[in-house]
Design a protein around this ligand. Structure first.
Ligand code: PYC
Length: 426
């Protein structure tokens, strides 16, 4: 928003005679958050995907002085996973590589509102993963120990403390799967996902980059093993550097340069209830009950479960998801029995064999880079992936935190197994 001083002529009558006076008006006019530009025929870097990963990479590139860049989005900013997630941010992962990476993301999210001068509504009100059996307690204890060794604030807590933190949770009442313990992660929380992508897009624009919506990539030209151009529905762009920052279409874009990546795409569904008075001040996750829930600043409960069990590109919500998620939510919070569901949706998750992303380049095609395969972890990772991919693109050197996530790990038996850190089992 900015203030505008406007001068208008106003018709008046004076002693029966028509006349005009000048009147000054001060008003607020809304400004576009980012500009529309002509598509240039050359950019130093072309980023495919206008979600949090593509936009964050573009933003941090502008901060490193790389400004002749374009973000190409087939639909509109935040149409894909960035607009369809449950906005949970956390770093209580399982592997040292994953924990270090997501910890950087939490730290970047903590300073994002100040960096981008936009209120992204980050509520770090804590994150609780419940264990309902011995196996669950053992798994969470291992995670708590590794988290602590890596300097991440998370610990095992037991029923009395769980009940103190979440008074409305069914901890001691009748339950098919009584709660035995929880992994408590105080820095975890939720954020306003669309504010994040809009603010990043504005940051790119302010930094001199171009954000092109409704711009679909149809081909990538490679000559002698080097990227030379990107072809779009709006024209051809010469470039030596392309970043695939898509979800759902990551395999398709990679195939344009002849690269096969180990990804299977599954829908992930979620739903939101009518607004309720605030009662839930933590994110609650139960992998035994296949459900997670948080309460937004508007009072709505956002709930989700695991990805659909079959690979698909469907963005439709299903009744069976809703029945399952609602039934399991009621085991945790029986008092929600008559609460109404407002809407439900689905997003596409690109699952890799080890539930970790693929980040970096490939020796096979020079100038082709990826930040893909984010599975159900994508939104929370956006700032760290953008920050580190920007460093890689600007310097040509792979930052150490990116190294474990190279595509080559699948051929070298160096998997980064993060399945056990998924919010719900898959
Ligand atoms: O990993 O926190 C998570 C998550 C929540 C919803 C989907 N994934």
């Amino acid at each position: 928003m900015h203030y505008l001083l406007d001068v208008v002529q106003k018709p008046v009558s004076y002693r029966g005679k028509p006349g005009r006076v000048y009147e000054k008006r001060i008003g607020m006019v809304s400004q576009r958050m980012w500009q529309e530009h002509e598509l240039k025929d050359q950019y130093d870097v072309v980023i495919i995907g206008g979600g949090v990963h593509g936009l964050a990479t573009a933003y941090y590139l502008t901060q490193l002085g790389v400004r002749n860049i374009a973000v190409l989005e087939a639909k509109y900013v935040g149409f894909g996973g960035s607009g369809r997630n449950t906005a949970i941010v956390r770093s209580n992962y399982r592997t040292p590589e994953g924990i270090a990476f997501y910890d950087l993301s939490v730290k970047l999210y903590e300073q994002l509102a100040a960096d981008l001068e936009f209120n992204v509504m980050f509520s770090q009100h804590g994150h609780l993963t419940l264990a309902h059996n011995e196996k669950g307690v053992t798994g969470l204890t291992e995670r708590a120990n590794t988290n602590q060794l890596m300097g991440v604030n998370s610990r095992i807590i037991f029923p009395e403390e769980i009940q103190r933190i979440v008074p409305d949770l069914n901890v001691f009442g009748h339950s098919r799967f009584p709660i035995q313990a929880a992994l408590y992660h105080p820095p975890g929380g939720i954020i306003r996902h669309d504010a994040v992508v809009w603010a990043f897009a504005r940051g790119v624009d302010r930094g001199g980059g171009h954000v092109h919506q409704k711009t679909e990539v149809t081909a990538i030209e490679v000559q002698n093993g080097q990227v030379e151009a990107v072809v779009t529905n709006r024209g051809r762009i010469k470039t030596k550097t392309v970043l695939n920052a898509t979800a759902g279409y990551a395999g398709l874009i990679s195939k344009m340069v002849g690269l096969e990546i180990p990804i299977e795409t599954h829908p992930l569904q979620a739903a939101v209830t009518e607004p309720l008075k605030p009662f839930l001040n933590s994110v609650i996750v139960s992998s035994t009950l296949h459900v997670y829930v948080s309460q937004t600043d508007r009072g709505e409960l956002v709930l989700g479960a695991e990805v659909d069990d079959h690979a698909s590109y469907s963005l439709r919500g299903t009744l069976s998801f809703l029945e399952g998620a609602a039934t399991h939510l009621l085991e945790l919070f029986p008092h929600l029995a008559n609460v109404k569901i407002l809407r439900q949706w689905a997003g596409l998750c690109d699952m890799t064999p080890d539930y970790s992303p693929i980040m970096g380049g490939t020796p096979d095609v020079k100038g082709f880079l990826m930040t893909v395969g984010w599975g159900t972890y994508g939104f929370k990772a956006g700032p760290a992936s953008g920050y580190l991919m920007a460093e890689l693109i600007a310097s040509g050197k792979t930052p150490p935190k990116l190294e474990p996530f190279a595509l080559t790990r699948f051929y070298e038996d160096r998997l980064v197994g993060e399945k056990a850190a998924a919010s719900v089992s898959h």
